[in-house]
Design a binder for this molecule. Structure first.
Ligand SMILES: O=C(O)CCC(=O)C(=O)O
Length: 270
């Protein structure tokens, strides 16, 4: 029986970037992903790989003033709290620094996504969230599909890469196992930043991920998840990267065309 680390190393080694996986029986990883709605990959990245990525993402935060308004926001800066002091988020950091696409961590995530999807995975989206030390702001419970235009479905594998050891004290991710077997739930923005989408939940029994730097999590776009406050005295940085079998062409699946065309022509606001 292979340990989880051995299994991941095997995964990342045998899936060369060029060859990837085209088809075949469902792998162990795919089974865990689709059965539970999420998985945790342990010991996938070296400390050098984590340090390199942390440095590259932290550097983007030094230049937030130069970012376009729709690429940067502080989703925790409500009720008079200053922008930049709570939970600053940058959309598509790979657009700002394309070298991120060349990092070992990106390539390994792409290989894992290929194994789960059963074919060569392609980039769809990424964002980075820094929970500032002492921020009480939580990441609201949501399904990633709740951020999509009405009825748009992207069949993605959504990774979350913590860049320090992370647990309930400094804002780790919590999942509601098996929640991806249900439908998309109604999402709203009441009481949170206008960019944020949230689900009102009753009783839930989440699993909070206790992870080390070098681990990652992956979840299905319908899996309910959220994250806690950062009560520690260091920033909690995490990179989220989404892959799909068709990359950004996922938006052009026939069933997505209606809402996408409505958005492009402004008819969704009519
Ligand atoms: O980093 C976080 O706090 C939340 C990330 C998240 O919810 C996501 O990437 O889907």
């Amino acid at each position: 029986m292979l340990s989880e680390v051995q299994m991941l190393n095997r995964t990342t080694n045998h899936l060369g970037f060029k060859s990837g996986v085209k088809s075949g029986p469902k792998s162990d990883l795919a089974e865990r992903f689709y059965d539970n709605g999420y998985l945790i990959g342990r010991g996938a990245f070296s400390s050098e790989e984590v340090a390199q990525l942390r440095g590259m993402l932290s550097a983007l935060y030094q230049n937030i003033d130069s970012l376009k308004e729709n690429k940067f926001r502080d989703i925790g800066a409500l009720n008079g709290l200053d922008v930049g002091t709570q939970q600053p988020e940058i959309d598509r950091p790979t657009n700002i620094n394309p070298d991120l696409l060349e990092t070992a961590i990106y390539q390994k995530l792409k290989n894992v996504a290929s194994e789960i999807l059963g074919r060569n995975a392609k980039y769809v989206f990424d964002h980075v969230i820094c929970k500032m030390p002492g921020t009480k702001v939580k990441t609201a419970w949501h399904q990633d599909r709740g951020y999509m235009l009405d009825k748009v479905e992207l069949n993605t594998v959504n990774f979350w890469v913590p860049l320090q050891d992370t647990d309930e004290r400094n804002g780790t991710l919590g999942y509601v196992p098996n929640s991806h077997h249900g439908d998309l739930m109604p999402h709203g923005s009441e009481g949170v930043h206008p960019h944020v989408r949230k689900v009102e939940l009753g009783e839930i029994d989440p699993v909070y991920c206790k992870v080390k730097a070098g681990d990652f999590t992956a979840h299905h776009p319908l899996t309910l998840h959220g994250a806690g406050a950062n009560l520690s005295d260091t920033p909690r940085l995490a990179w989220s990267v989404h892959f799909g079998a068709y990359g950004r062409l996922e938006y052009l699946r026939p069933s997505n065309l209606g809402p996408v065309i409505k958005r492009l022509t402004g008819r969704d606001k009519a």
